[in-house]
Every structure is written in structure tokens, then in C-alpha cells.
Design a protein around this ligand. Structure first.
Ligand code: BGP
Length: 476
């Protein structure tokens, strides 16, 4: 007897700009992801120093899902997917973002894509904004630092809900909305909110302002969607990365609690429709002059979400440093290595029990159904002599996480809608811009330099995941 409910939504997850390619096809406009060279986007870290320095983020072609989607969805169907999470590229629908009417060719592409999924009984699960927005809105309006974005986004959301309401039941508004809180890093605020910072600007204040406009836009979108069809399930999407105290010293425990508050208050606003007291105090203490109107607060109240989508890859640990009297979370200096868990080649700490902990934490705080819409292991795959890819490390990671997920449902009573591992087919890494950091059950022949035939090939994990789905998680 399976411990997961019947109808559990097994599937896989991707995002438009990381796999579609076809960046200028059928009237698509330029998005933030399309201009992410080191120089233009101000992107830091590996992207400036690494393999694609001086080039565009390799999403212009990516894995050309735009022209291969039928073949790819057939492979997902072969694995037994019940759902497929993707995003709609805003720039296919509104190429510049501020037009009055949408681009019909872009709308048609997603009609065809969703029809192809439904042909196999695969439910599309759709994120409206997954780390991209029309670049025109960044250049012309400053991205989400500008209140006008609310209007542009809700127009986009409205068109999508109306057009696809009979094909798509599960929606999410903003991918990993809380990740933009990493404002020290140029990458997260740029991809989430189209923010570029000038020297000397108060980045943190601008980020919270942008986040507020996004939260209001999300709440308005939820209301629009429900008015268009009460059948629609509209969720938020939170990057879940629990922060443990480095020790049981009370100051470490309090520090971890404060850090969790700063990272997850976004979910409070989405779910409860208001800002928690500790964030209001924080804004006051920092003297942030945020543009938050009475009408905004009403919108937040009226547009609370139906479920929480979450990504889970790793956990973190935090230590209290004596120079931080307010217990204000500073990821760059207070986060420490957790010696009890291992890490991937990219330093992501592997912690399957952290997934069970996260599901319990979220359920305790929000009392809403949960949906794991990302989880996975980025690794460099190598071919065996016979041309096969034996990705036991990926199977091991996923099996251990699925096991903890099942225990959360079975032993802890978590209400879980489904599980869609990230990058079910190899795609461009969001954080590093690399192709070599692969997550897929399906290998795609494309390298960091943009070379390759784009041929698709099943890895060992393909058959393994097929069996997991067929047994509803019994056979790991
Ligand atoms: C999440 C994003 C995805 C994705 C994933 C893996 O934060 O929602 O878009 O890419 O992380 O990250 P990376 O691609 O950096 O390995």
C-alpha cells in the first residue's frame, strides 16, 4: 500500500528561459535573462569569472525546447509524469511588457505546449514569473522598483488566466520570491525583480520596495484568477532553505529564528495577507521610507494564496557573532558550514532530513497544502565507455529526499500535493549560467560553450524515476 495519496502529482520542473531558447522567435521580446552577460546584467560570481565570461548567458538557444517540446514531453510521458511545471515567458506574451495587447504567436505556443501535455494526461503547473521579465521594463521603468510594474504584471497574469483557464489549474505567481532578499548579490535581485543598482544606493531598501510591489501584484493576480475561474489553484513559490542554529547556545538559536523570519516573511504576506510585526519593526528601525498604501494592504488581505510551492535543495547553519546586537541576519558573514552534512561540488549542503523538517515547518506556520516544485542534484555527468550515463549520485540524492518526503506525509500528516524534481531534462543553470551543472533524467548534448547536437539521451535515473512514479514512491 502506497503511503502517498492517490493522485499525487509526480512530475518534473523547468523554467522557460532555462530551456526554451528561440529567444527572438515568433515575436518574443528581450528578457532580463537574454541580456545576462557579465557586463550588462552586472552579474557577479561564476558568471563573470567562469566559462561564459563575456558571452551571453547561454539561454538564447538553451536546449531549444521551443522546437523540441513534443519529443521531450513524450519522454516525460514515458516516465509516467502526472504533471509538468514550467513557466510562461512574459516576453512571448508581451514582448516589451507595456503594450496594450498581447502577441498572439506567443499565446499560441503555450496553447500548443499545454495541449501536448494534456494529450498524455499530464497537468501543466505554471509559474507566471520565473526569474525573467521584459528587459524593456528594466530600462524604461527600473523594473520592480517602479509601482507601474503592478499594472503590467497583472495585465500579463489576466491574459494568461483567461486564455489557459481550461488547460491549467495549478499556478504560481513569482518563483522563489524570497531569494531576492540576497541583495548583496547582483544576480538575485536582477533576475527576480529586474533591479540594477547604482553605486551608493540603498540596495536593501530598494529590494524591499520591489518585493512589496511584487507581493501586491501577486495578491491582485490571485484575485483576478479566482474571479476568472474558481477552479484555479494559485500558489506562491518560496525558496525553502532552513537555517539551523550552529549550536544549542541560546544566542545561536535566537539568531537562527531571526534569520528564518527575515527569509520567510514573504510567505507570511502571501498566506496571511499582512506583514508580520517583526518586519514592520525592522523597516522602522532601518528608517526605510517604503511606499505602502492603505489600498495595497487591502489587496494583500484579499489575495491570499491557495497553496505553497517550495523549492528545496539544501539547508544552512548560522552562528551568532558578537558584533550583531540586533540579531539581523547577514548571510554573507553569519552562515557557517554544517559539519554534519556533506556538500555538492557547488557547495550546496545535502540534507534530506532538512526536507522533512522544512515541510513540517511550513505546515506549522501556514496550515496550507504544500507542493514541492523543485528539488534536485546538480552534477557534472560523464559518459561510460558504452555511451551510457550512470548517475547513481543523482538517484541517491533524490531517493533520500523522496524517502523523507514520504515520511513527512505518512508519519507527520503533511498535506502534500506533489513533487516535481528540478531540471527533469538538462537545462541552463540559473545560478551559474552553465550547462555542465546538470539535473536531468534526460541528457542533452550541449556544452558550456554552446556546442552540441541537442540530441536527447536517457540517463540511468530515467528508468529509476519511472519506477518510482509507477509504484507511487514505494520502490526507491
Ligand atoms: C532555483 C531556481 C531554478 C534553478 C534551481 C537550481 O533557485 O528556481 O531556476 O535553476 O534553483 O539552481 P542552479 O541552476 O543555480 O543550479
Amino acid at each position: 500500500m502506497s503511503k502517498l495519496p492517490k493522485g499525487f502529482l509526480w512530475g518534473g520542473a523547468v523554467a522557460a528561459h532555462q530551456l526554451e531558447g528561440a529567444w527572438q522567435t515568433d515575436g518574443k521580446g528581450t528578457s532580463v535573462a537574454d541580456v545576462m552577460t557579465a557586463a550588462q546584467a552586472g552579474v557577479s560570481r561564476e558568471i563573470t569569472e567562469g566559462v561564459i565570461a563575456g558571452k551571453n548567458y547561454p539561454n538564447h538557444e538553451a536546449i531549444d525546447f521551443y522546437h523540441h517540446y513534443k519529443e521531450d514531453i513524450a519522454l516525460f510521458a514515458e516516465m509516467g509524469f502526472k504533471c509538468f511545471r514550467t513557466s510562461i515567458a512574459w516576453t512571448r506574451i508581451f514582448p516589451r511588457g507595456d503594450e496594450d495587447s498581447p502577441n498572439e504567436d506567443g499565446l499560441q505556443f503555450y496553447d500548443d505546449l499545454f495541449d501536448e501535455c494534456l494529450k498524455y494526461g499530464i497537468e501543466p503547473v505554471v509559474t507566471l514569473s520565473h526569474f525573467e521579465m521584459p528587459y524593456h521594463l528594466v530600462e524604461e521603468y527600473g523594473g520592480w522598483r517602479n509601482r507601474q510594474m503592478i499594472e503590467f504584471f497583472t495585465r500579463f497574469a489576466d491574459i494568461c488566466f483567461r486564455r489557459y483557464k481550461d488547460k491549467v489549474k495549478y499556478w504560481m505567481t513569482f518563483n522563489e520570491i524570497n531569494n531576492q532578499a540576497n541583495y548583496h548579490d547582483d544576480f538575485a535581485p536582477f533576475t527576480n525583480s529586474g533591479l540594477k543598482f547604482a553605486a551608493g544606493e540603498d540596495r536593501e531598501q530598494i529590494m524591499y520596495q520591489a518585493a512589496h510591489y511584487e507581493l501586491v501584484a501577486s495578491a491582485k493576480a490571485v484575485q483576478l484568477g479566482h474571479a476568472i475561474s474558481p477552479e484555479l489553484q494559485i500558489g506562491c513559490m518560496i525558496a525553502m532553505c532552513p537555517i539551523y542554529p550552529a549550536s544549542c547556545q541560546p544566542a545561536d538559536v535566537l539568531m537562527a529564528q531571526k534569520a528564518m523570519e527575515k527569509r520567510y516573511f514573504f510567505a507570511d504576506v502571501h498566506v496571511h495577507g499582512s506583514y508580520p510585526g517583526y518586519m514592520k519593526r525592522y523597516f522602522d528601525r532601518k528608517n526605510f521610507a517604503l511606499d505602502v498604501t492603505k489600498e495595497d494592504l487591502q489587496e494583500l488581505q484579499q489575495g491570499t494564496v491557495d497553496y505553497i510551492g517550495l523549492s528545496y535543495y539544501m539547508s544552512l547553519a548560522i552562528e551568532y557573532k558578537n558584533d550583531n546586537p540586533q540579531f539581523d541576519y547577514r548571510e554573507e558573514s553569519d552562515i557557517v558550514r554544517n559539519e554534519y552534512v556533506e556538500a555538492s561540488d557547488w557547495g550546496w549542503q545535502i540534507d534530506p532530513e532538512g526536507l522533512r523538517y522544512s515541510l513540517n515547518w511550513l505546515q506549522d506556520h501556514y496550515h496550507l497544502p504544500l507542493f514541492i516544485v523543485e528539488n534536485g542534484f546538480g552534477a557534472e555527468d560523464e559518459f561510460e565507455e558504452d555511451g551510457s550515463i550512470i548517475d547513481d549520485y543523482r538517484i541517491d540524492y533524490l531517493a533520500k529526499h523522496i524517502e523523507q518526503m514520504i515520511r513527512a506525509v505518512d508519519e507527520d500528516g503533511i498535506e502534500l500535493m506533489g513533487y516535481t524534481p528540478w531540471g527533469c531534462i538538462d537545462l541552463v543553470s540559473a545560478g551559474t549560467g552553465e550547462m555542465k551543472k546538470r539535473y536531468g533524467f534526460i541528457y542533452v548534448d550541449k556544452d558550456n560553450e554552446g556546442n552540441g547536437t541537442l540530441e536527447r539521451k536517457k540517463k540511468k535515473s530515467f528508468d529509476w524515476y519511472k519506477q518510482v512514479i509507477a509504484t507511487n514512491g514505494e520502490d526507491l
